[in-house]
Design a protein around this ligand. Structure first.
Ligand code: NAI
Length: 802
């Protein structure tokens, strides 16, 4: 074709990126890569290697070491050895290393982009213009945090040695998301890249050498899931940070339950892309190109569920098909390609299987007649319409270029459909009405909501999921906190393991309301309390109570023996109390102040009763400190605000601290009143509802507490009390799918139980890890640490300008 003919036809010609530099780099390493441990390149202990191949051609790119438990051990030891020296450096020095990483990534950006593309199959346009610039931005941003660490987080310390496991969809970007905050906060790292895409991590290891990063601060061990498993299980790891499938996330939650390893999980998604009838439909269609066809749809936050308002569904579908017909599929190194290759045969097979299943379940499948490369791993852009909201393709993550379309009529229905998923990673909302879009954004349960946009990321804006999309955030201030712990907490002594002998407590037959007569030589029983569910006193389902004894073994009264049914009733009541989250922060503060007032009015009687369990002096101190603690959280209720970020685009990102939902709380035994208030109050202050198991040894405090709640205008169901054996009630709470988080402040075995039993819906778990907390010490017992655990950050991105 002559130039003149090309000018008329306006056909795309091939525009291949030159891979020479990347190929030379591979050849320079003889296309054979070993682990990067303690600043050196180390052969795998068992001598095993696997191939990394180019998904566009199927050709082998290089041999890569398969990490064994011995390799992981060597890497963890190197990271442990490097830790004191790394932490002894001035934050400014650490900042300079991170700054150097950013500079080196920029310097080698083209080589890294090509390497990423040939290893992963993503279009060079994306690796060049999205992945690598975001990698550099992440290191720059965190160089800044390293510099500010001491002044901004004066009372926090690094977790220690961090194990990081990343997926194959954004290999170098996920590395940056993991390594930058970990190093900025003074941790050392063992990172395992995904087996399909290890090459850019190894190129990054070389950058660490080039900038003379102290040996052992960053260690890269390559390998498959078994290498990841060895890392997760290693006893020398203080924290695991994982991005990948929900299935593996669950396995990791389970495997770390018996340890005190901190955990953050960034898992799958099935994100809604909601288009209202007043949206700019052409922009929405372009949004979809980025939303579901970016990286062949292999994106955890891909807008894979299209929810269209019924009135525009036909027009929008027509526009989408037209646009799909223009998407170009082909060699990822071609600069004018929209859709590249699928990462591996197994993933291609999975996409095919799920699309077939969608059709079998009634969906209509449409694919454009686009030219496809003759070989390589490609899948055409696909639109599934007439999708039933409960069908497999509407519920399961496909992780491919497949859009499942559904319709809705009203904003309320849109929200309901959007939230009809176990996931909660991201959402896009398209409407020209700021009221509609922000109202809907606020109601969608997801960590990120883009208004009139999609798939925007920035190091300053936290990213992470709600529900089974995981917990923890990457990016922003909240992302740093995943790698930090309060210094006092790190140093807190272990609590002695509680003897779970409460089961031997004597059971009593069902009581009537009157105070029972004395039945023994014990002093008269002076109290019988009830459960408190939905704002009402309730008898236990079991019909049994248990005897509560005082400091000297004397009988103080009886408490109801709550069981599974009572917990379920309490959770249901907590779920119904949605008004508490929706009421204004000012109103919540008022209720809390009122509680303080009411406790203050009853200070003498409460203190007197409590003294039989904890002694006179502690009882008086608990009541006084308790009044103060309520004041603290009444004060916080209207002050624990979010932030507004200014990412480098014409967008603001509103970071909101949202309540998590319903929180199950297991209170400590030794400070029955103050422990209760220290845990329930931060949870309530930010709008959660709670099901609380009061101190097992002093459950009679429940009676005082519900009298205070009843007289303080606290709406029924906002807090529910179930007394009984904590370990049994904890199991029911942790296994309950409608409980969103567990706060368990007891001994180490309870912390383990909370984590193990909560694997099902991947609840957020906050525990004292069996350590002693001095609830009287305000530094330990109250403040932001608790409020941070009571909230999750949602970033709502809002564009401005033309
Ligand atoms: P995966 O979750 O198995 O792999 C992610 C990482 O975890 C890899 O580095 C892998 O080696 C490692 N790993 C695997 N098993 C492990 C274990 N037991 N312990 C510790 N580490 C382990 O994801 P996979 O198999 O590559 O993809 C399967 C599906 O997962 C995809 O189709 C997609 O739906 C989803 N996925 C989601 C991602 C996300 O970003 N949310 C990323 C990758 C996959």
């Amino acid at each position: 074709m002559s130039i003149a003919e090309k000018f008329v036809a306006m056909e795309y010609g091939p525009a291949l990126e030159d891979p020479q530099e990347a190929l030379l780099w591979l050849d320079g390493h003889k296309r054979r890569f070993v682990h990067f441990i303690g600043g050196e390149w180390l052969e795998p202990a068992n001598g095993g290697f696997f191939d990394s191949s180019d998904p566009a051609t199927g050709e082998k790119i290089a041999s890569v070491a398969q990490g064994s438990a011995a390799d992981v051990d060597a890497a963890v030891q190197a990271a442990r050895k490097a830790l004191p020296q790394w932490q002894a450096l001035k934050p400014h020095t650490r900042a300079r290393f991170l700054y150097a990483m950013a500079r080196e990534v920029q310097k080698h950006s083209r080589r890294l982009a090509v390497l990423e593309t040939i290893d992963n199959g993503k279009p060079i346009r994306e690796s060049r213009d999205i992945d690598i610039p975001l990698v550099a931005r992440h290191f720059y941003y965190h160089a800044g945090w390293a510099q500010l660490l001491e002044s901004e987080f004066p009372e926090y310390s690094a977790c220690g040695v961090v194990g990081q496991i990343i997926p194959w969809n954004f290999p170098l970007l996920m590395l940056a998301w993991k390594i930058a905050p970990a190093l900025a906060t003074g941790n050392t790292v063992v990172l395992k890249p995904a087996e399909f895409t290890p090459l850019t991590a190894l190129a990054f290891a070389e950058i660490c050498q080039e900038i003379r990063l102290p040996a052992g601060v960053v260690n890269i061990v390559t390998g498959d899931g078994s290498t990841g498993e060895a890392l997760v299980k290693h006893s020398g790891i203080d924290k695991i940070a994982f991005t990948g499938s929900t299935e593996v996330g669950r396995a990791i939650r389970s495997a770390t339950a018996h340890s005190h390893k901190r955990l953050s999980l960034e898992l799958g998604g099935k994100s809604p892309f909601v288009v209202f009838e007043d949206a700019d439909l052409d922009s929405a269609v372009e949004g979809l190109v980025d939303g579901i066809w970016l990286n062949q749809g292999q994106v955890c936050c891909a807008g894979s569920r299209l929810l269209m308002q019924e009135s525009i569904a036909e027009t929008l579908t027509g526009k989408i098909r037209e646009r799909m017909s223009k998407l170009r599929i082909g060699l990822p190194l071609d600069k004018s390609i929209d859709i590249g290759a699928i990462v591996a045969p197994v993933q291609l097979e999975r996409i095919r299987r799920l699309v077939d299943q969608g059709v079998a379940e009634g969906a209509t499948c449409w694919q454009p007649q686009t030219a496809m490369p003759a070989s390589g791993l490609y899948f055409p852009p696909t639109l599934l319409s007439n999708v039933h909201p409960a069908s497999t393709v509407a519920q399961q993550e496909i992780f491919g270029p497949v859009l499942a379309a559904m319709t809705f009529r009203t904003p309320a229905e849109a929200v309901e459909l959007a939230n009809n998923t176990v996931y909660g990673l991201a959402a896009s909302v398209w409407s020209e009405s700021v009221n509609v879009s922000l109202q809907v954004a606020a109601q969608i349960k997801a960590g990120v909501v883009w208004v009139n946009g999609t798939n925007m990321f920035d190091a300053a804006c936290g990213f992470g999921g709600y529900r089974e999309s995981g917990f923890g955030r990457e990016g922003g201030r909240e992302g740093l906190l995943e790698y930090l712990e309060p210094t006092w907490f790190k140093q807190a002594p272990a609590l002695p393991q509680a003897k779970h002998d409460s089961h031997s407590n004597k059971l009593s037959a069902p009581q009537n309301d009157s105070i029972p007569a004395d039945r023994s030589t014990d002093r008269p029983i002076d109290r019988t309390v009830k459960l408190y569910i939905g704002g009402k006193q309730a008898r236990p389902d079991s019909g049994y109570s248990f005897e509560v004894r005082g400091l000297h073994g004397e009988l103080l009264g009886e408490a109801p023996l709550g069981n599974r049914k009572d917990i379920r009733n309490a959770v249901e009541a907590a779920h119904k109390a949605t008004g508490w989250a929706k009421t204004t922060a000012h109103n919540r503060a008022q209720v809390l102040y009122y509680m303080a007032e009411n406790l203050s009015l009853r200070r003498e009687e409460v203190s007197h009763r409590l003294s039989a369990s904890v002694g006179e002096s502690q009882a008086a101190r608990e009541v006084e400190a308790g009044i103060e603690r309520i004041f603290t959280y009444a004060a916080w209720a209207d002050k624990f605000d979010g932030a507004v970020h200014n990412p480098p685009s014409r967008t603001i990102s509103i970071a909101m601290n949202e309540p998590i939902g319903t929180v199950g709380i297991i209170c400590p035994n030794d400070t029955p009143l103050l422990g209760f208030l220290s845990l329930a109050l931060p949870v309530l202050a930010v709008g959660n509802t709670a099901v609380v198991v009061p101190s097992e040894t002093c459950p009679l405090i429940a009676g005082d507490l519900y009298q205070i709640f009843d007289t303080s205008d606290l709406p029924g169901g906002a807090v529910n009390l179930v007394t009984g054996h904590s370990s049994e009630l904890l199991k029911t709470l942790a296994e309950h799918d409608d409980v969103d988080a567990i706060w368990c402040f007891s001994d180490a075995s309870s912390a383990t139980a909370a984590k193990s039993f909560s694997v099902g819906n991947l609840k957020q778990i906050f525990t004292n890890e069996g350590r002693a907390i001095d609830w009287f010490d305000r530094k330990q017992g109250e403040g932001r640490w608790f409020l941070q655990h009571a909230t999750q950050v949602k970033n709502i991105w809002v564009p401005y300008g033309e």
